[in-house]
Design a protein around this ligand. Sequence first.
Ligand code: 6PG
Length: 223
Amino acid sequence: MQTLIEIVTPARAAEAAGRLLADAIEAAVEGTGACRLAIPGGSALAALPFARARLSSLSWSRVRLTWVDERCVPVGDPQSNRGAFVRLGLPEPGLVLPLWDVGGDDAVARFALEFRQKFAGGLDVLLLGLGEDGHVASLFPGHAALLETGVAVLVEDSPKPPPRRISLTMTTLQTAGLGIILAAGASKHAALRRVMAGEAGLPTSALRRLTIVTDLDMEKSDG
Ligand code: 6PG
């Protein structure tokens, strides 16, 4: 895993991550004519408006958007990651593929079929948050879902509420050329140290290329 680290102040972290995200989107669009982007819920989503502001309407129209994970709730539920995107008030990009739409037992299978058809079964860029336990998406260290090899997986016992979620699998996350992690604040520092150390068993350790935007300066921090 190749990791770049951009150290910024917490106040500048979302803007810095947005700049990197816009650059990655532009590079994918220039390379293939589109950018297959997956975004999270939580605080990392704050990078997206900064990225959108740096993109042309044409580039944004070439974005194919899905989520790295989604809570199994209606889009109007405050816990919905897609709902959090809608509440940003951004125009929709060229294509949006919800991870959880009308639900049902076949939700994972239906998503996998559409993902293969509309994303060619892969991703270009991930925007990720980082849980204090080192999770990304809804893939928690030590959880059986980490070992799934399909497109997506239903997680019914997420340690982070709500318990029922759909997550892209590591297999799918690993198709992305770049993962951008936005994780700032003291509560993230322990997990960041583990990520930067490439700790075996962490989802991030299996990603191809990571850029971490954080306020944690490993050289200055104690231990
Ligand atoms: C989710 C997110 C999840 C999130 C981390 C960090 O649906 O909960 O996708 O992976 O990114 O839990 O969340 P915060 O950045 O809000 O702490």
